[in-house]
Design a protein around this ligand. Sequence first.
Ligand code: M6R
Length: 364
Amino acid sequence: EKGKFKHFMMKEIYEQPTVTLAAFQDRIQDALVNERAFGEQAAAIFDQVKQIQIIACGTSYHAGLIAKYWMEGLAGIPCHVEVASEYRYRPVVIQEGTLFISISQSGETADTLAALRDVKDQILASLTICNVPGSSLVRESDLCLMTNAGPEIGVASTKAFTTQLVCLLLTTLVIGRRFKITEALEHQIVESMMLLPALIEESLQMDSDIELMSQAFAEKQHSLFLGRGTLYPIAMEGALKLKEISYIHAEAYPAGELKHGPLALVDKDMPVVTVAPRNDMLDKLKANLQEVSARGGELFVFAGCTQKVQPGEGIHVLGMPDMPEILEPIVYTIPLQLLSYHVAVLKGTDVDQPRNLAKSVTVE
Ligand code: M6R
């Protein structure tokens, strides 16, 4: 079943050009998102949405964090995101017109499901973005958008995450039409999405470079991941992947927080990974990067405009393909998945079944 791959995780990483395409192509009609893909009552519900509450755990939570940037930044829809295990155990204020969106690969995560059940009577409606047909979240939500990634066997989530992002972008567009998103912008984003499979394919070709890079991590105890904007949750996701399968302590920080504490940790034993695509934040990020290299830290920068970040002593630049900004969080995920995979293989850990973890957490 693993075909030419040694592990399910690698097979699933390589499926991403195909499954991300599957997650959007049937949902597009005349270069616009077809809202019926979300369910019969979708249009009537979306018409009444005033804000969004996203709930999820783990990797699915990271997808939710990116959706917040899209919902608020592109569409102007107020959007809150919280991990299910916190949300369900605190008194919450639910405003009128709240669409509750759960994100889950399995559809069976106990905390996510409990959070939905607890607020059912207070919300406008519920939508789940889920990978398992017929799962509890799918059955109990008013609307659903399946990620269609196919079974994910590796405990470390990969293709479920990138397809969740595709689905969340579709969701931003359909609800965003009722807010700030114009037809022209929707067309433009849909067109950009068509580039996604090829861009993922291209970033998979970095595999051997990343395998080489993984040697700098295998003997380390700690690592730092930095990002800004939508790439901050991607740094979080990269750190989670590394922790899960290689057991190396990895912490993610918004790049701008570096000076507010974590910089004290940086030395030659703490490699720093930065996701820094071409965008207006790059100049600020560059200042942060200089702080790290000045302290002897080894820096690995994934950047889209190599001419702007100069490689130097202790600074390794990994060039990413040029791409529309909207696709950056999806495409920049790929090299970080590959990095965690290769570090784990070097360390000889059980890639598909990391210690202490289960594929789906159905008890608290
Ligand atoms: O099935 P779900 O998406 O609800 O699962 C949520 C988390 O348990 C899951 O993403 C976990 O963090 C993964 N092992 C991450 O790789």
